[in-house]
Write a protein that binds this ligand. Structure first.
Ligand SMILES: NC(=O)c1ccc[n+]([C@@H]2O[C@H](COP(=O)([O-])OP(=O)(O)OC[C@H]3O[C@@H](n4cnc5c(N)ncnc54)[C@H](OP(=O)(O)O)[C@@H]3O)[C@@H](O)[C@H]2O)c1
Length: 234
């Protein structure tokens, strides 16, 4: 797909992986709507980018948004959705485990109401996460959610063809998703990536490059692209 001149909608497009994707799409000449709950935090906007305040979990608002926007070409969802439970399952608060699935509900709302307005040669990219297929201690909630996101995309790909849908699965990526600062942040990334084949956190641009690949390559659908520093082999 030639991105130049296309209309793209990026949920979670105001931070981290989504923001990098928004910037790359805009550099390639797309008109981008970057969506989040608090888009006003973006002080400067790249060329051809507008923002929209919308909660992916608000089903009615999502449907109304897509009905108003009409036809478009590219849909990316990298919105985290809400909270994430961390720790061993047996001692986990089950409400926290359940709330972690808000990411999935945000994705499914957006795919359900966005796909009917997506052009036939258009495509969708969702962001899962490496724990979907290699769960390390403490990651049972995000592993379960990521697995569901990947199964959802594979399962729906035949239903929406010729429209395409793919997944990008990041490993540990240095983004504003982690609230840690200074030495604590450095230690966290060293501890969680030190045993990877590429022993460092990835950047949001490295993940966005994978999202752009999935958008541009018209011969892939229903597949998962891992951008994880070798997480799955470590
Ligand atoms: N960073 C990592 O290490 C990592 C690893 C594996 C997978 N991932 C996945 O990659 C994706 C992007 O993560 P990131 O690191 O780029 O996170 P991030 O920097 O925190 O960005 C998340 C974005 O999602 C928006 N958002 C969250 N909930 C939303 C909702 N309910 N409705 C609309 N927008 C919402 C946020 O903006 P508002 O707060 O303004 O709504 C923000 O723009 C997520 O799905 C995450 O699970 C990340």
């Amino acid at each position: 797909m030639n991105i130049n001149g296309k209309k793209a909608i990026v949920f979670g497009g105001t931070s981290g992986i989504g923001l990098s994707t928004t910037k790359m799409l805009s550099e390639k000449g797309a008109h981008v709507i970057a969506i989040s709950r608090n888009p006003e935090k973006l002080e400067t906007l790249p060329k051809n980018v507008t923002t929209r305040k919308l909660n992916a979990l608000d089903r009615e608002a999502v449907e109304k948004f897509f009905d108003e926007e009409g036809e478009f070409d590219i849909l990316v969802n990298s919105a985290t959705g809400g909270s994430r439970a961390v720790g061993p399952f047996l001692s986990m608060d089950l409400e926290g485990y359940k709330a972690s699935f808000d990411k999935l509900w945000g994705y499914t709302n957006v795919v359900k109401y966005g796909t009917k307005h997506l052009k036939n040669d258009g495509n969708i990219v969702l962001v899962s996460g490496s724990p979907a297929r290699k769960c390390r201690p403490g990651q049972i909630a995000i592993s379960s959610v990521g697995g569901a996101v990947e199964a959802f995309a594979r399962g729906i790909a035949p239903e929406i063809a010729p429209k395409r849908i793919n997944i990008v699965a990041p490993g540990i990526i240095d983004t504003p998703m982690s609230p840690l600062e200074g030495k604590a942040r450095e230690d966290y990334y060293n501890n969680t990536t030190g045993n990877n084949l590429i022993p460092r956190a990835g950047t949001s641009d490295e993940v966005a490059k994978g999202i752009i690949f999935a958008i541009e390559n018209e011969f892939i659908t229903g597949t998962t692209i891992d951008i994880d520093g070798g997480w799955l082999l470590s």
